[in-house]
Design a protein around this ligand. Sequence first.
Ligand code: ZN
Length: 280
Amino acid sequence: MIMLSTSPLKKNAIATNDNLVARFKKGNPSCSRCEHASESIEHVLFFCPFAQAIWRASNFSYTPILEGFPGFTKWWWRIYNSSFKNANKNCMVLIAFLCWNIWKARNEWVFQGIKNDPIEVWQEAAHAAEEFTLSSMLCNPTPESHNSEVSHSWMPPPSGFVKINCDAAFLSPSKEASIVVIIRDYSGKVVGGATKLVHALSIAAAEAFACRIGVFTADREGWQNIIIESDNKGVISRLSSNKLSFWETVSIESDILYFKSRFESLSFSFVNRRCNQAAD
Ligand SMILES: [Zn+2]
């Protein structure tokens, strides 16, 4: 299944817009969803804001980085070799299903105008991978990978708490930010979440937006003991110290602190980028 899923990619046989233009010498190579880049398979699977939101919503601690990306095939084999070396074969099954479901969501958007939710795309991929693994009588399915490229380093909150990982991917030309918020309980189970596309002044404002959506979502869903996690040091530092001085984020952070009295416990935690890729 893994071999079959990658072989068409090697031949550039996938009908992405850039491949279609190269083949037929006409058409528009731009991504139909974001219109910010040529639609290569790497853009669809990794760098489109929609794909980035899905990877951040997944259990993988991974945000694809465009700079230095080796292309899908090399990336795949790098992960494959690393994953198998670490005896974590199920990781490849999960990645294959995740890529497949991202591609499927792209087709549903292009041909049917269906707007899929990034969290649901991830959950469907995880479910399909689990069913595949069970039916193939492989060993116990676990979504975690322990290789250096894709790893799962998310730490659970204490019992009775939920941890809300808040993250934003910011597109500076259009000032658009794709926000993903994932709520997990002490066992790591996803118990809620939200995704949103917003306009923001800067990456700091986008990250503050993500935290605000996290707090609003927790309040709406009735969680009382929450930990907000973000990889933006400035936002977390200001919220933790209650010192709101940065003009780009002050109004958003004020909203978050205004909500503090509605919770039994609301704390803020900084995690490095690789760790926050649980929602990141
Ligand atoms: Zn795109």
